[in-house]
Design a protein around this ligand. Structure first.
Ligand SMILES: C[S@@+](CC[C@H](N)C(=O)[O-])C[C@H]1O[C@@H](n2cnc3c(N)ncnc32)[C@H](O)[C@@H]1O
Length: 247
């Protein structure tokens, strides 16, 4: 069983200190500008999690479908979107998504590209998103790149406090496999708890570029943030891609 089946749960939301409302608002503004699609366009949010982008994008006038493999995440998203028109959430593994030219644009934010045990799944997912898009449709892909991980090596444990719990994250990075393994633990009421370890492969920017081109996309822009900031060694990579005819 893959690690995220037990990882994304109420504790994820509780300890995800970086996932502030301000960050989500900034991302949604940037996504809207990068997509540059008319109101009413159909958007696919791949691995939508608890719907933090899908719901505001629907409120903004898009017609949004969010998919995620975890029933917990889809349950959260459905609950949060009660009363919101033009948004639909469904439990779906992106590796078996099989839709054809249904969407005008797609987003794949804070991605799990690289989290699959089998690296060929990354390409499968890109192909599936491509199939779901109309020709010329944009895909916004947001992920951490390998250099940003290497910049933080040697890894130091990170500590923070949330609602009375002391949280610690430790991790390792193997330069041969490019796999980062992480572990979050927390001390609460004098008891130590741990989440299952995370395990993800990280690509360099040139490797990501090759991967998306192989997946059938043209690279229109590479940015260090949703407001088209310059690429940074410390920030996530934001890729603006476009479905092109397969070569
Ligand atoms: C880091 S979270 C990002 C969620 C959301 N995009 C966001 O930015 O808040 C990664 C999400 O990917 C989902 N996921 C992992 N593997 C998946 C798969 N095979 N198919 C669909 N969703 C998947 C997880 O359940 C989790 O909700």
């Amino acid at each position: 069983m893959e690690w995220w089946n037990d990882w994304f749960d109420d504790r994820y939301l509780r300890f995800a200190v970086g996932l502030t409302n301000e960050r989500t608002e900034r991302e949604v503004v940037g996504i809207d500008e990068l997509l540059a699609l008319p109101s009413g366009s159909r958007i696919l949010d791949v691995a939508c999690g608890h719907g933090r982008h899908a719901i505001p994008l629907a409120n903004h006038g898009y017609n949004v479908t969010g998919i995620d493999v975890l029933p917990w995440a889809i349950g959260q998203a459905r609950h949060a979107s009660a009363g919101t028109k033009s948004v639909d959430f469904r439990v779906q593994d992106m590796r078996t998504l099989d839709e054809h030219e249904v969407y005008d644009g797609a987003i794949f934010i804070n991605t799990t590209l690289g989290a699959f045990e089998d690296p060929s799944d990354d390409l499968t997912v890109l192909h599936n998103i491509r199939n779901a898009l109309r020709m010329g449709g944009p895909l916004i892909l947001d992920c951490r790149h390998r250099d940003s991980i290497v910049r933080q090596c040697p890894p130091k444990p990170d500590f923070w406090e949330i609602n009375g719990a002391i949280v610690r994250e430790t991790w390792t990075f193997d330069p041969v496999t490019a796999i980062r393994e992480g572990q979050i633990s927390w001390l609460e009421d004098n008891q130590l708890f741990s989440k299952p370890p995370t395990r993800s492969r990280y690509y360099t920017i040139p490797q990501l570029r090759d991967l998306v081109v192989e997946g059938g996309f043209a690279v229109e822009g590479l940015y260090g943030g949703f407001s088209r900031e310059e690429i940074s060694l410390d920030a996530h990579l934001i890729m603006l891609l476009r479905k092109v005819e397969a070569v």
